[in-house]
Design a protein around this ligand. Sequence first.
Ligand code: GLC
Length: 785
Amino acid sequence: MLEDTSFAIHPGKKANIAETPYHDIGNVKNVTETRRGYQVECEHGYVTVQLYRDDIIRITMNSVEIPSCDSTPAVYAQKQEVNSSINEEEEHITITSSALKAVVHKSPFRLSILDADGQEVVSEQDRGMGYHETGEVICYKQMNQQDRFYGFGEKSGFLDKHGERYTMWNTDVYAPHNQETDPLYQSIPYFMTLRNGRAHGIFFDNSYKSTFDMKSEPDYYSFKAEGGELDYYVFVGPTPKKVLEQYTHITGRMTIPPKWAIGYHQSRYSYESEKEVREIAKTFLDKDIPLDVIYLDIHYMDEYRVFTFNKDQFPNPKQMISDLKDIGIRVVPIVDPGVKKDPEYKTYQEGIREDHFCKYIEGDLYTGEVWPGESAFPDFTDEPTRKWWANKHKYYADLGIEGIWNDMNEPAVFNETKTMDTTVMHKNDGKPATHRALHNLYGLQMGKATFEGMKQHLNGKRSFLLTRAGFAGVQRYASVWTGDNRSFWEHLQMSLPMCMNLGISGVPFTGPDVGGFAHDTNGELLTRWTQVGAFTPYFRNHSAIGTLYQEPWQFGEEYEAIIKKYIQLRYQWLPQHYMLFQNAHETGLPVMRPLFLEYPEDKKTYNLNDQFMIGDNVVIAPIMQPDVTDRAVYLPKGNWIDYFTGEQYEGSSSHLIHAELDTLPIFVKQGTFITHSPSRQSTMVEQEELYVHVYAGQEGTYESYVYEDDGETYQYEQSNSLKLPIQVECHPTRVDVSIGEKEGTFKPAYASLSFRFHGLKNQQEVYMNGERKELQHSEVELELF
Ligand code: GLC
């Protein structure tokens, strides 16, 4: 308690932290080439160097024995066969592939890695790898003052993390969420460094509590973990996009979400009865506000028992779910890991009988307090338990449910430590380890079980999973929302760099609770937040018990009309968003991007926190303060068109932009195109048209594509999809649009594309596939099939 008062800084409390001594790995004694990689024996330990791919190198250190090189489940890619050579000299050893060179200095072991152009990406001098008596492992790298750091998953604070220190330990933090709140729910021990416009990255594959320190020393940064092997991958870039490709090669990419999952979602902790849920759905329909999902928070259950419904409040869930689906709305229930300790409850009985719950080494069951009271926790680290849990999702699938919301999976426990006892012993697929070692993997493994379970029961349909906790690789199974924020303008502001850094950490499908979860929102905040939400990858309005209700109509007609306009705008932009999600699936690039990802040469973008990009050609610059209707917007190289007014702005400079409450400043890059469809009540309404909006410029070429598939099955994996490349080439006298070769067999509901041209100059003529076209009201139709 007293820690919340000035007592926290009492002079008598000055820390007396005697750092345990750091032991350097020491001099190299010998190097051998083995099937696994290069094995380096040092005075005080062993290092394995593996060329994982020609542009990815993996270093693993163990101070006691030859490294096991056991990866966490974050790692998805196998090591490739890489052509490499080794050259040993008196003072150093050089390992070379076609894309990088690793130089190991022998006395003592110090590593430098150079990229294909011979540029040094990481280096060590005074210090390198080492360990502490406590079992902690640590790695230092030289840092330049101009280095910028991005990634680290879900962190508060600004976009650039130079000068920060972060801990990875999945934590349920209800409050506060501010600049110094760390850690939060997710642990993604990965970052990217931008140095003089070039990028490289490091993924520290260790699930113990870890710390990344870009703050304590001017010339070095470090990463360390409480235990395990020092196991890390270096991605040599050289562009930020290439680093993301390399990182997501290792940890995997998202599957294409079902289209309904990228529509608008409405949630509340909780809609407490079937009647209330039906009323909410009806109000959306009556008011003609698009909606794809309604969430059921913990009150749908029988005293918070997972895999049950409360029969009084939800007498016929199957009928309710089916009726809602008839009007285009899906239902997503929350599923927490805690299983109520109740000998008369089936899931608890099964878990005990089949030995699925976490236990201490001596065999005693671990229980902790969560919503249902005293609860047991499935040991998701073990395959039979994941299978059991996966199978249990037949219950939801049989009710017509296609999406699940995993919460409290840090795991959160209502006690002083906020989580499970770290001495609990997990089975861990035959390699038992304590919760201290595996804590950060609990959410990821629950996500894997849930995702695979739903997939198994949905007969070829895609499922949707939302998770609060996770680890590197979480993108393979789930989308991530940023937990319990508040209805504060500051939290709207913070959500931008947080989601952008999640995207840089390989997680494209993210978003905060729109309107704010705790605290009371108001009309203006909800309106401005919904404008942003229309462009964040995940778009859900959610609020907490005891706060003002915040559905779109709760604050009067003026706000409702604007909120509706932006939810509809989301649906108009869906073809563009969907293409970007498919692109994320294919390349690992995020949907919502910090500007530096597209403009790594432009220093002005390096810490731009209050703007973001959608794909490579749209800048969103929201208003995120009350009573403000003007803001500075930085536009990078090129010319930019105001989406609503058509006004042109010059890039590489800042502009003062006026935006009344009904306006979200959106800028499209001249010379590019975006795709739209008419708004619709839900994605279940057929999309019958596709508009390609071309923003004509005076010079330059732009390429992108239209992407479609059935939006709900995995048939896209069998090429039942449509990828239509489109190139726009602008000249002072003509704009050439060329449609490339169609890929895939999918036929959308529309048979033609409507091209609409913006900003054509008088003398500019339009050519489609080399043929001159007369435009009708700036439009021209192109047959597709
Ligand atoms: C947690 C979640 C929140 C949810 C609540 C009740 O606080 O973060 O989103 O509404 O639990 O389930």
